[in-house]
Ligand binder design. Structure first.
Ligand SMILES: [Fe+2]
Length: 163
């Protein structure tokens, strides 16, 4: 199955960075759960979740930083390089790369309104909330959850999990 191949590839690129591997798999898990309710192309969502942070090591190497903006630059070419090995339409590859190029900033209007993008955004936030806001009180957290999530299901999962 292509999903398993992509997971294998992601693991080999991240190498001994277990934390990144675990993060990608957790994001994938949430993305699949949200997709069941919110719809969107399952393959685009699966591949984007697995590969969304794939540029992180390259960002650190080239820019000395894993800041979102560098990941957004370095991720897409690596993802495209992985995806071109499979029999996929260019349009699909482009869409996955656009999601990766935008997943920290949500600045690109070509992709922001798609179900696929919103689901990756929400799945990543679901995993990142405890790291981003370790000591936050419930009322502040509920405001953040209300504000950042882009899908109903994503927001509901966040409330169930963190409130
Ligand atoms: Fe992420």
């Amino acid at each position: 199955m292509l999903k398993d191949e992509l997971i294998k590839k992601m693991k080999s690129i991240f190498g001994s960075d277990e934390k990144r591997i675990r993060h990608a798999l957790n994001v994938l898990n949430y993305a699949e759960q949200i997709q069941l309710t919110e719809g969107g192309d399952l393959f685009i969502i699966t591949a984007s979740a697995i590969l969304h942070d794939i540029g992180i090591h390259e960002a650190e190497r080239k820019h000395g930083s894993n800041a979102g903006k560098y990941q957004e630059i370095e991720g897409p070419p690596i993802a495209a390089d992985v995806l071109k090995n499979y029999d996929l339409e260019q349009e699909i590859i482009d869409k996955i790369c656009l999601i990766i190029a935008n997943h920290h900033s949500a600045k690109d209007t070509r992709i922001n309104d798609t179900a696929e993008f919103k689901i990756i955004w929400d799945a990543d936030w679901l995993v990142n909330i405890p790291d981003e806001y370790p000591d936050l009180k419930q009322d502040k957290l509920s405001k953040i959850i209300y504000k950042v999530f882009k899908t109903e299901k994503g927001r509901q999962l966040a409330m169930d999990r963190y409130l």
